[in-house]
Ligand binder design. Structure first.
Ligand code: ASP
Length: 296
């Protein structure tokens, strides 16, 4: 399973890097994309444009964000030289926003449309996450139903793209995970397909052994356990969505953090138990001011 974050899929140039990575290794079978993220400082993520667009359309107003969303995707399609048009999808989106299909539905379209483009570009099958990821009536994630349905579906498919961030409620409406939730989708797919590694591609080369704002040029951590990662994240080291750990941790699947813009960098491997030969005595150092821990 190979998951790509929003900055890895923010433009046609980034899509090309992603395709090079995916197609370089035949074992990269299931690809989970985020929505297009920021291309530069001050840019707006498509997910934020979608929330804005929904708020405008559902109040009966015109939406500038709608034009920006269409432009973002059309630029990617053109830049990749694909002969597809998303015009019908945009029209459906506009009508459903006016009809108040819900903010979660709105936000989920970022991953959905990006997934359609990526599947086409890679020549992979597109599987709508709404058909394989389920929530319960109380809004919590239905891990068992998802694992069974998705497991079956993946058994019957080859190379495919499954958009991140959303799934379906029992009443057929769309629900999203919390922000950054495509990481969770990747972990869920990894568990259902029982893969031997979950690659999470982002724009950093892994976790650092210390905070770069305090220590100059800290090294990257090559291997860290889930338990150590929890400590570091607790202190503010955020690369992964915290909830993305559970599905893979329970099945003992390692996560590898990799950098789309520097694919040859080793990255950080997150594992249940680390052989001591793979690790230093100290994995990383983190701290918080005015913070104490009492262990009982
Ligand atoms: N696109 C969603 C967000 O911006 C989910 C994700 O990127 O993981 O939060």
């Amino acid at each position: 399973v190979t998951k790509f974050g929003g900055s890895s899929l923010a433009s046609a140039e980034q899509f090309k890097k992603v395709a090079d990575i995916v197609l370089a290794d035949k074992t990269r079978k299931y690809v989970v994309p985020s929505a297009p993220g920021k291309r530069f400082d001050g840019d707006t993520k498509v997910t934020d444009l979608l929330y804005q667009c929904y708020d405008e359309f559902s109040k009966g107003l015109d939406s500038v964000a709608f034009e920006q969303i269409k432009e973002r995707y059309n630029l990617i399609i053109e830049g990749l030289g694909l002969d597809i048009s998303l015009d019908e999808e945009y029209e459906l989106l506009r009508r459903s926003f006016i009809g108040r299909a819900g903010r979660d539905y709105a936000a989920s379209r970022g991953e959905y449309l990006n997934g359609i483009i990526l599947a086409k570009y890679l020549g992979f099958e597109f599987i709508d996450a709404a058909d394989v990821i389920f929530f319960k009536n109380d809004g919590t994630f239905d891990s068992e139903k998802t694992n069974t349905v998705m497991g079956e579906r993946l058994k019957n498919s080859g190379y495919c793209v499954i958009p991140g961030f959303y799934g379906k409620m029992p009443n057929d409406t769309i629900k999203t995970f919390s922000r950054g939730g495509s990481d969770i989708t990747g972990a869920i797919v990894a568990r259902a397909a029982n893969v031997d590694e979950y690659e999470n591609w982002t724009d950093v080369s892994g976790f650092m052994i210390a905070d770069p704002r305090i220590v100059k040029n800290p090294k990257y951590i090559s291997c860290i356990t889930y338990a150590e990662l929890r400590e570091l994240s607790y202190m503010g080291a955020t690369v992964l969505h915290a909830d993305s750990i559970f599905p893979v941790k329970t099945s003992g699947i390692p996560i590898r953090i990799k950098n789309t813009n520097a694919p040859n960098d080793e990255g950080t491997m997150i594992v249940t138990h680390a052989p001591s030969s793979d690790k230093g005595v100290i994995t990383g150092v983190a701290g918080k001011k005015d913070f104490s821990v009492i262990t009982l």
